[in-house]
Design a protein around this ligand. Structure first.
Ligand code: ADP
Ligand code: MG
Length: 253
């Protein structure tokens, strides 16, 4: 296995359908360590599905997912779990456990692993919470937090996992401009600390703020891969429609 393979996550010729309806067709791309990528596309185009496939939470109809040179399919569950530990995900909405405090949420994986003492876990939890500026909320429950705060707690939980890759599912959707700024700023700080981020979103502004490479999904296919400049100068109809959706009838009154 070459060094470069060890530092990539690949999706190769992936086909995926739900109830006979095609969600993804022949989708391939590479996430290289150190190259932050965003996958763009309209709602329902399969973005969350891609993240779940990469994590092994969904199984493709055909095609391969290769994490650090290892093909996920066919590996024993324990080995898949080990490989998956290189990836942390911040789900849309945060996906915090409502019955646990903020501190318990952030420390969850460390409690599960059972390798650190409670004292050590608390130290790491506080450190990761202060990274997102929320150390004062350690004893709060998720219901006591705003949407933006929940996302920041979810980021701090992802950080606590020590994963090299952090996936973000629509991290800024539903936030006000200050919330969007805070999350983008945090993502940039994670990257500066050496994490590689893969984000899926329909929000172009967020995408351009935190990524250098872009993939674009349109009608079940990945139709574009390139830089911001290449995307902005693309003449692909799917991208043109996404960049400047015009429905003249809407403004005709
Ligand atoms: N559990 C499910 N049952 C039925 N359809 C699903 C399920 N999950 C996803 N889909 C369908 O797959 C498509 C892609 O979904 P998703 O990956 O969530 O899109 P996105 O994240 O881009 O909005 C959607 O059309 C959605 O309706
Ligand atoms: Mg989604």
């Amino acid at each position: 296995m070459s060094v470069s393979e060890e530092h990539t996550i690949r999706m190769e010729n992936i086909f995926y359908s739900v109830d006979g309806r095609k969600v993804l067709e022949n989708v391939s791309f590479v996430l290289e360590k150190g190259v932050n990528r965003t996958i763009l596309g309209t709602s329902g185009c399969g973005k969350t599905t891609i993240l779940k496939l990469l994590l092994g939470l969904l199984v493709p109809d055909s095609g391969r997912i290769i994490v650090a040179g290892r093909i996920l399919e066919g590996l024993p569950e324990s080995e898949q779990l080990r490989i998956r530990k290189q990836i942390a995900i911040v789900f849309q909405g945060g996906a915090l456990f409502d019955s646990m405090t903020v501190g318990e949420n952030v420390g969850y994986r460390m409690f599960q692993d059972g390798e650190l003492s409670e004292r050590e876990i608390e130290r790491v939890v506080l450190e990761k919470l202060s990274f997102v500026g929320l150390e004062d909320t350690i004893d709060f429950y998720p219901s006591q937090l705003s949407g933006g705060m929940k996302k920041r707690v979810a980021i701090s939980r992802a950080l606590a996992s020590n994963a090299d890759y952090i996936f973000f599912d629509e991290p800024t959707t539903g936030l006000d401009p200050i919330g969007v700024y805070n999350i983008c700023h945090l993502i940039l700080r994670l990257q500066a600390e050496g994490k590689t981020t893969l984000m899926v979103t329909h929000d172009m502004k967020t995408a351009f703020s935190v990524s250098e490479r872009f993939s674009f999904i349109h009608k079940t296919h990945l139709i574009f891969e390139g830089t911001r400049e290449e995307m902005l100068s693309s003449t692909l109809p799917g991208i043109l429609q996404f960049l400047s959706p015009t429905d003249e009838s809407l403004f005709a009154r």
